[in-house]
Write a protein that binds this ligand. Sequence first.
Ligand SMILES: CC(C)(COP(=O)(O)OP(=O)(O)OC[C@H]1O[C@@H](n2cnc3c(N)ncnc32)[C@H](O)[C@@H]1OP(=O)(O)O)[C@@H](O)C(=O)NCCC(=O)NCCS
Length: 172
Amino acid sequence: MEVQLRAWRMEDAEALAVIINNPKILANLRDGIPYPYTVSDGKDYITSVLNAERDQQYNWAIMAEETLAGSIGILRKNNIHRFTAELGYFLGEPFWGRGLCTAAVKAACAYIFENTDIMRIFAEPFAYNTGSCRVLEKAGFHFEGLLRKNAVKNGQILDMKLYALVKEDAAV
Ligand SMILES: CC(C)(COP(=O)(O)OP(=O)(O)OC[C@H]1O[C@@H](n2cnc3c(N)ncnc32)[C@H](O)[C@@H]1OP(=O)(O)O)[C@@H](O)C(=O)NCCC(=O)NCCS
């Protein structure tokens, strides 16, 4: 199945709400995403990314054959970390296990390194999130370390794993 990244459109809000209303997805993301997640929440999110400051964040809808499959975003950090950016993503459950996220991560990182001055992209999945760690490894990210007791999620203290891809390695 082919994956394409494209800009968000307001009409994606309905499909986004269907995807994100899934505790298995929310359990792996940061807090602050509403649950239940309404179409109006989806419209608010899409409005915010469409109005976001240029060069500070790059957000795409992940499309699989004309259907919204998920979301991927790369957010620039600031101050001394301004050439560093954080990667986040999720896919709707029906799309898991087909290599789609790996393809999306590769495409997003290639775009960033070709079109921006960002030199380092990192991600911090929960250590138990084997699927996400595997996505990063398959996309060429390096495991840089275990972040012990780095988060509290749903009442549990969790380790996270730090993965990063730097521009010169991506070009190889
Ligand atoms: C993580 C997620 C994005 C993966 O998307 P995906 O399209 O299924 O990923 P891919 O198919 O490209 O690759 C998944 C890989 O992980 C492996 N994998 C998945 N679950 C696994 C598990 N429990 N144990 C071991 N390997 C696992 C798959 O076998 C595959 O590796 P392979 O190609 O070597 O066989 C998707 O499951 C998701 O959205 N999860 C919820 C949100 C989330 O975790 N977001 C990331 C936050 S850091």
